[in-house]
Design a protein around this ligand. Sequence first.
Ligand code: GUN
Length: 291
Amino acid sequence: MQKTIILDGKKTAQRIKQQLKNQTDDLIKRGKTPGLAVIIVGDDSASRIYVNLKKRACAEIGMYSEEYSMPENTTQDELLTLIEKLNKRNDIDGILVQSPLPGHINETAVIDAISIKKDVDAFHPVNVGKIMIGDYDFLPCTPAGVIELIHESGISIAGKDCVVIGRSNIVGKPMAMLLMHEHGTVTICHSKTKDLAQKVRNADIVVAAIGKAQFITGDMIKQGAVVIDVGMNRLEDNTLVGDVHFESCVEKAYAITPVPGGVGPMTIAMLMKNTLKSAVLSFESENRHDN
Ligand code: GUN
């Protein structure tokens, strides 16, 4: 039997970042350096790791980045004032507010305040709507990274039965939309879904994004399915695992992502792609106005 393809997100992300670096070098030569502002409020340890990885990716590619590390007791007004300032700056092309925010800050109000042109997470309702109708500048980073990894497997999404497990605004909902754009037949499952295992067993492509450690087991997977694991969960012994029980699924899958080293690095590569795109659009728009 054919050996299962392990979809190496780290390697794929590295290749994409190299391409982005070449394009960034060209843009810098033309006089524009892409810039990303990353805001972190409070001291969530996972968020700290993600923010460091995002800054490191900017440095690797040759983009400018700046970090705003704000205390847990930052007020919503203080955060909105900072976003207003960043919205106006020509050297900042992307603004990313790391989620989760402390409970006293309204996340919706914060996302709404980010200029739609600098919303490199693609969380703003205008950008969400643009994705829905297929007329967008930015794709949401994690779902876009998943699509790239499915392409890496060599499988065409068109006509396939795709099951997304999870309905979050960040992953599940936009994921379903992107799979539909690629002509997949999509089912979204969630905590209230009846016969979830049976629905997953029907899928040619499974995307797990529920936030439950090793929830998807081998008995739920169809032989030859592509299995993409968006989950990042810590077991009691602090081991990092996904939403998929890798060991029991790997034998049945045609292709599968590991955790870590699967979707995670792709999310960051897609953030860099959006930041470069924003910088290119801003550069082109400035030059149009100059002429
Ligand atoms: N927290 C977890 N994932 C993400 C993400 O993709 N973007 C932001 N801003 N925060 C997150």
